[in-house]
Ligand binder design. Structure first.
Ligand SMILES: Cc1cc2nc3c(=O)[nH]c(=O)nc-3n(C[C@H](O)[C@H](O)[C@H](O)COP(=O)(O)OP(=O)(O)OC[C@H]3O[C@@H](n4cnc5c(N)ncnc54)[C@H](O)[C@@H]3O)c2cc1C
Ligand code: SF4
Length: 333
């Protein structure tokens, strides 16, 4: 079928506020669970490691909320999907396009009407060792264990305010705020521009991401979900600053799934050209000094590269200052 493109927001604020974008995934998962099926996706485990998890109950679906910007440990998920399909269960599997590709290869002969595939638009996923190093760096610095991680934190108060004022600015979009809650009660909340993990994101990605064959519109899934970027189109009042999902329907099966959820969402149909963004056009650019970074990381460790490769200089400090004085949305545009 011809792909369909949408900008979508969940009508339920309590779902959208916990989701990274417009809160589409939760509803897809809920639909499958209601139908007696099982859902696979990325969660934080008790050690705050990111793993792929198999959920069978609605009460577990909150675990999937939010983008975890690290490669998830797939564990035995592919084998378990095979077992579920053999037992005639409905399965919704979500993940990065390369995980979808791997699953499709493994389930080839079992790929059937019971398997629903949802992939994310993917700029690239940092490697697990850097995520572990970052967690250790924070725990050493603050002498406390991390209790909770949210890489796309939406402040509920700000969320409410945005709803009321119906922010129609095309500039306000960045919800990439990393929030860490520590055992000693400390809470760290940092926007991407100021956070060490986000600042070095592209250095943390594996080399495969810079040659990714899935950074385009040839999707292997039934439904693709991402952030609706407003580079190409102004969403007007639809963009209240609280997150809007881009949804691409790639198959009749995906189309039928979305149809069943029409009443749950506010939906705007879009043209393909309005939905394009870097991760749908080309693989990410490899940082020029990526190899040097890697050598230094091997030789001197995480803290060294964080200091040496993070942004510095006058331009950056001016941005930081402007942000403090709340001019940030102006300079981002
Ligand atoms: C590593 C990564 C890179 C991304 N890059 C882009 C991008 O360049 N452009 C863009 O528009 N969107 C990108 N996204 C997708 C976007 O951030 C949201 O995940 C997506 O829009 C879904 O949002 P939601 O509100 O519907 O649901 P949410 O509740 O926010 O997301 C939950 C879904 O994300 C999946 N997920 C979360 N973390 C991972 C992970 N580590 N590995 C595999 N699946 C995961 C879960 O399995 C679940 O399906 C990226 C996400 C990740 C994890
Ligand atoms: S950019 Fe491509 S290779 Fe890298 S995690 Fe995403 S889908 Fe996989």
């Amino acid at each position: 079928m011809i792909q369909k493109f949408y900008a979508i927001k969940n009508k339920k604020n309590e779902i959208r506020v916990q989701s990274s974008s417009g809160g589409v995934f939760y509803e897809l998962a809920n639909l499958i669970i209601k139908d007696g099926g099982v859902v696979y996706g990325a969660i934080y485990d008790d050690n705050n490691d990111v793993i792929h998890y198999r959920a069978t109950k609605k009460e577990e679906l909150y675990k999937f909320f939010g983008s975890k910007y690290v490669q998830s440990n797939i564990g035995k998920s592919y084998e378990n999907v095979l077992k579920d399909l053999k037992n005639n269960k409905k399965v919704l599997f979500s993940g990065t396009p390369c995980q979808i590709n791997a699953l499709k290869t493994i389930t080839k002969e079992l790929h059937n009407e019971n398997l629903y595939l949802v992939d994310i638009v993917c700029h690239g996923a940092p490697q697990i060792r850097y995520f572990n190093d970052y967690k250790r760096y924070i725990e050493n610095k603050y002498k406390s264990k991390i209790r909770n991680i949210n890489m796309r934190y939406k402040n509920p108060k700000k969320y409410e305010k945005n709803i009321k004022k119906e922010n129609i600015s095309n500039k306000v979009i960045s919800t990439h705020t990393l929030k860490l809650e520590l055992d000693n009660g400390k809470v760290i909340e940092e926007m991407d521009l100021f956070n060490k993990y986000y600042q070095l994101f592209d250095y943390f990605m594996g080399t495969g991401c810079f040659k990714c064959p899935f950074s385009n519109l040839n999707r292997l899934s039934d439904i693709t979900i991402g952030d609706f970027h407003t580079f190409k189109t102004n969403l007007g009042k639809f963009n209240d600053g609280n997150g809007v999902s881009l949804v691409i329907i790639n198959s009749t099966k995906g189309d039928k799934l979305l149809e069943q959820l029409r009443d749950t969402f506010i939906i705007m149909e879009k043209e393909k050209e309005e939905c394009l963004q870097p991760a749908l056009s080309n693989p990410a650019d490899k940082p020029k000094n990526y190899d040097e970074f890697y050598d230094d990381y091997q030789k001197y460790g995480f803290e060294y590269v964080v200091k040496e490769y993070g942004p510095k200089g006058l331009k950056y400090n001016i941005k930081k200052l402007l942000y403090r004085f709340k001019f940030y949305s102006i300079i981002r545009s």
